[in-house]
Design a protein around this ligand. Sequence first.
Ligand code: HEM
Length: 407
Amino acid sequence: MAHDKASPVESSWKIDEEYHIDEDVGFALPNPLEELPHPYDDWISIAKNLPALIEKDQLRAEVEKLKMLSIDDLQGHKSQRLAHLALGYITMAYVWNKGDGDICKVLPSNIAIPYCRLSEKLGLPPILVYADCVLANWKKKDPSGPMTYENMDILFSFPGGDCGKGFFLISLLVELAAASAIKEIPIIFKAVQHQDQDTLQKALIDITSCLRNALEVFHQIHDYVDPKEFFGILRIYLSGWKGNPQLSEGLLYEGVWDTPKKFAGGSAAQSSIFQCFDVLLGVKQSAGEKSAAEFLQEMRTYMPPAHQNFLRSLESGPSVREFVLSEGNDSLQAAYNDCVKAMVSLRSYHLQIVTKYIVIPAHQQSMKNQTPEELSEKENKGTGGTDVMQFLKSVRRTTEIALLKEE
Ligand code: HEM
């Protein structure tokens, strides 16, 4: 092929080097670093102590004391990702502090300048993103042990006890379960190109089984994430400054821009994994409700650029859906539909989760002390700033529409 970028149609694991997708952990960062050399270790010490510093009301003062550092000596992708993660945690904590409405609308230049330079270098926005708090925020307790909840931990925490660990690690484990299906993508494109129905059918069946496995993993969220802690504490620290009435102008990054800037908060809507299978299966989110399509498209700009490129390259691959449709092969069509149904099931389950972790706690809180206006605001807004249920139902509906009619 005459492309300069590796095409996922090619069967090799070029997608690994080119698109920063790992054969084992998919879009997650393989074995993230945990420490940075001096002088960047100052960032790590603050980020590691956030709950205690917030509790003692010392966080903002400690951040303001930090020396202004150049990012030039931060060598290597993994160091840069760790620094982006640590600065993201520090920024969220600085802005929201105790989560009680005492909000800081200006990020001081000693942190804003290196954070924005680093963000520019990585092609990420200067706010805590999914690629930080989920994809790069993990370690194995026993390095030779398995990637299981019991053998894993997160690197940094917000207030809210173990709720953050549960939320970030379960998101990662769902991502990892689905990621085992990525290796089928080159096989699928090649099979379509060579009109090899058997290979295509087998690969679709494998993808379905990975997606069903991801759904099983998703169930564990109930064991590790408490709805009150999630809604009342953690969610505040993941909130962004776009479409958020508490920071309606955005955040002023002192010394970087003269006016405040708006960025959406961290959310799994910034994960590439669901979007990747949407594209592969020909689920046209872009043809769904305009606002939902725009939001998902916007969320791509919060993904690492290599992953954005991967999604774009998939879009230029052959259409699996059209091929299945044109072959008129019942068992192939059933295999394709099972795959789409697995995506629908994941989204249905996710809707139940959002009801449990956002809609119900918001309602309960309102019974206590909120005005009706504040209630509807909280109940409806995700951390990314969307009108949650309407958005998620629309995305699920667009997924269902991809199903091929069975005779
Ligand atoms: C307590 C658990 C969770 C809650 C409360 C939650 C909440 C939300 C909300 C509110 C949105 C709408 C976008 C926004 O405003 O941010 C969203 C979108 C999304 N979430 Fe979650 N989420 C949870 C767990 C997960 C997990 C574990 C995954 C899988 C890794 C996931 C995957 C997605 C995806 C892919 C979207 C984009 C919509 C779609 O493609 O269907 N979420 N989530």
